[in-house]
Design a protein around this ligand. Sequence first.
Ligand SMILES: O=C(O)CCC(=O)C(=O)O
Length: 306
Amino acid sequence: MLDQTQIDKFHREGFLIARNVVPRDAVQALQAEIEATIDWQAQMLRERGEIAEMHEDADFLHRTALLHAQSPRILDPIAHGIHTGPAIFNLLTCPAILDIMEQLLGPEILVSSIYRLRPKLPGLAEGVIPWHQDSAYFHSCADDDLVPTFWVPLMNATVESGCMEVLPGCHRKGVLRHYWADLRAPGLSVHPDHMPDVKPVPVPAGIGDAVIMTNLTPHRSTDNVSSLIRWSADIRFNSPEAGDYGPNEASFLGRSKVRPDDVITDWREFEKIRANHVPSVRIDRTWLRHDKETFLNPEKRVDLAR
Ligand SMILES: O=C(O)CCC(=O)C(=O)O
């Protein structure tokens, strides 16, 4: 649980580093589930001749990078919210996390459709995430609602390995203008002419910690210049009032006083909900591509900084 000082700081600055709030066994179980998924994918890729060396002795912080050097498809089963399983479900519904969300959102809690596992591989340009607000990716129905991100490091995330960086206090500025930056992995970036003039704050975090941010908090993560994979999970929550802001994937009820029978308690049910989801709305935002956008000072474009 958060104390009142932490809650006040979260609302004032738009982010909070909460220490020792994620049970370590939940993190360890997710690490093991990811390792098993990567191993299964590696075996499949070896059978297809795409991977020659399995690197079975390499650990969680190294193996995926060694396999990725042979085939980028090693990441397919964990990319873009595809991964389901008991450990990710247990993290998404972890009582200690939902208790904190209840403090921020009240008793009706949807586990957001948008959750991601992120292996930021050492030196890989695709892992660089430019300054953005999560709302820039969302349907605008949630612009006035709080959709906290709970960013959970699955290792000791340092500045060197590319931890989160935030712009404090800027969540009060509404949705800033973004554009589709020309990076190796397509990503939205705050338009440089609309970038708040605020000093960035790096937020290193270790196992058990969480970085909690609002959907309007500008944040980014830079290069991983360490030799370790920076593993993290970003999971989100909202009250039902926020509407279907991430219609491409399925959300589910994580806690409820009004509809307790509809709360999902079994990971297999969660897996079915994710697999059977049919998008019903289209995201209503249209940001310009880097080649169509205009810039007062083109040198500040992040896509030129590759
Ligand atoms: O983990 C990262 O590097 C980026 C995470 C992020 O942008 C997010 O959680 O919205």
